[in-house]
Design a protein around this ligand. Structure first.
Ligand SMILES: Nc1nc2c(ncn2[C@@H]2O[C@H](COP(=O)(O)OP(=O)(O)O)[C@@H](O)[C@H]2O)c(=O)[nH]1
Ligand SMILES: [Mg+2]
Ligand SMILES: [Zn+2]
Length: 277
């Protein structure tokens, strides 16, 4: 029978197959092949003996947390406490896009901002949607569930942004601890924590942060521009153009015409500089 690994605790694998959960061990063969099942794996199991017989090919695999077949990463972005951080948002979009994973944004704490700020946030939301990124408020639970449907999703975003609260809102039975101090201890902490996929609607969401801003360094300065998807529409005729100071650069023209958001372009230059160091 085919199923999906949704939890791993030492060498016990919880596999969801059909509507059932099976606690399985992995077949000895995997150790010889130097591969072990991980959360997100599509597997073939023997339900009479509770054994994972085979791991189907992975479409991708993340290291922190260890998880396979990730379809999307939702960047949980707070508008206040902590304040909206467009540098972090754009950085995470680039990192996620670079891994061929679909980024989406969930905005939190809109209840804490002024009416004027709401207008600015709406403009930003429209821009990110225009470049093809789904943007939701954390109050739009039905829409978020529709997005998650048939996907494996990881959450990203800074401590205190409202990731755990979002999961609790999506499934009132979860009762995940919010405002966790332990998260502030950094990414070392996450590697030791076990990963679990929560079933949300008809999709799966991982409980541990999927990406960190530190991962930007994996991208080369030549590759960075491809993670700013709207630059593609510029038809910049210079193949090697870094859209920086080049005369006649179409991306710069689009920024001047306000067709590309100034903060996106500024952040691009900022990341480029970081990668050039
Ligand atoms: N006012 C308000 N507070 C929120 C919202 N979402 C989360 N919080 C609060 O923000 C704090 C941090 O949330 P938490 O889910 O632990 O963030 P995490 O570190 O990203 O998991 C908690 O005190 C939450 O109650 C929201 O939409 N509005
Ligand atoms: Mg949390
Ligand atoms: Zn250019």
């Amino acid at each position: 029978m085919n199923g999906q690994v949704i939890r791993v605790i030492s060498n016990l694998y919880t596999v969801k197959a059909g509507d059932q959960l099976y606690g399985c061990r992995a077949r000895g063969k995997f150790r010889i092949d130097n591969i072990t099942p991980i959360v997100g794996d599509n597997v073939v199991i023997d339900i009479d003996n509770n054994i994972i017989l085979d791991i189907l090919p992975r479409k991708n695999e993340l290291d922190r947390p260890v998880i396979a077949n990730v379809d999307s990463a939702i960047i949980v972005t707070s508008l206040k406490k902590p304040n909206l951080d467009l540098v972090l948002l754009d950085k995470l979009i680039s990192i996620i896009t670079y891994h061929n994973i679909e980024p989406a944004i969930v905005l939190t704490k809109a209840d804490l901002i002024s009416e004027e700020s709401k207008k600015t946030v709406e403009d930003l939301k429209n821009y990110y949607e225009m470049i093809g990124i789904n943007v939701f408020y954390n109050t739009e639970l039905a829409e978020i569930k529709r997005f998650v449907k048939n996907k494996i999703v990881v959450l990203a975003g800074q401590t205190g942004a409202g990731k755990s609260s979002l999961l609790n809102r999506l499934d009132e039975d979860l009762n995940i601890e919010t405002n966790e101090i332990s998260e502030a201890l950094g990414r070392g902490k996450h590697t030791t924590r076990h990963v679990e996929l929560y079933e949300i609607g008809e999709g799966f969401v991982a409980d541990t942060p999927g990406f960190s801003a530190l991962d930007l360094k994996d991208i080369s300065k030549e590759e960075l521009k491809f993670t700013f998807v709207e630059f593609d529409n510029s038809d910049c005729k210079f193949r090697d153009c870094l859209h920086k100071k080049e005369v006649g650069c179409k991306v710069k023209e689009m920024v001047e015409k306000k067709e590309i958001l100034q903060s996106r372009y500024d952040n691009y230059l900022k990341f480029l500089e970081e990668l050039e160091k």
